[in-house]
Design a protein around this ligand. Structure first.
Ligand code: SF4
Length: 171
């Protein structure tokens, strides 16, 4: 399953956030909440430290309760997960590498020689499509998935997030 980019923007509250924050960071969130609206609690350094903890907790929860949970669910049905995270124009509130840690195709697969590759012909056909695509930037990075396409087009299990590679496997 292709798990497309994060487009849920910057949601920053759930009912269990206070309990999750205390469990993960070791202190209560409540006295520090004014910091989220731009106030300083204690010193500026203490407020900055809280903000780092707050954002890290949001990221941890997105990783565990959304991305990792999806892997567990798909595995029950014998399915695999390919995940994208960053997207042009929307904020991502978790670490882009962490969200892929349990994915079946991970960013570091680009560097792993044991991961299945497509033929040079297929990779070239995919790259031709990307080169004509408005989502490819000057660095040859796709704005939809954040990947550098010269490497991604070679992976057998990689996909175009908007389906533009359909049919290239038969070239
Ligand atoms: S992967 Fe798809 S969306 Fe991204 S540049 Fe290539 S064709 Fe465009």
């Amino acid at each position: 399953m292709v798990n497309d980019s994060w487009e849920a923007n910057t949601q920053n509250w759930t009912n269990n956030l206070p309990a999750e924050f205390k469990k993960r960071r070791g202190y209560e969130i409540w006295p520090w909440l004014p910091v989220v609206s731009g106030k300083i609690v204690g010193t500026a350094e203490q407020s900055d430290a809280f903000l780092r903890d707050f954002r890290r907790t949001l990221g941890d929860l997105v990783v565990e309760y959304h991305y990792d949970a999806l892997t567990d669910l798909l595995n029950k049905y014998g399915m695999k997960r390919y995940t994208e995270s960053h997207e042009d124009g929307t904020a991502m509130i978790a670490d882009g590498m962490e969200v892929k840690r349990l994915g079946d195709t991970r960013p570091w697969d680009l560097l792993n020689p044991n991961v299945p590759r497509v033929t040079d012909e297929i990779a070239s056909a995919r790259l031709d499509i990307c080169n004509d695509c408005a989502h490819l930037n000057a660095l040859k990075q796709c704005a939809k998935c954040g990947c550098f396409m010269a490497a991604k087009v070679k992976l057998a299990e990689a996909h175009c997030p908007i389906g533009k590679w359909e049919g290239t496997d038969g070239v």
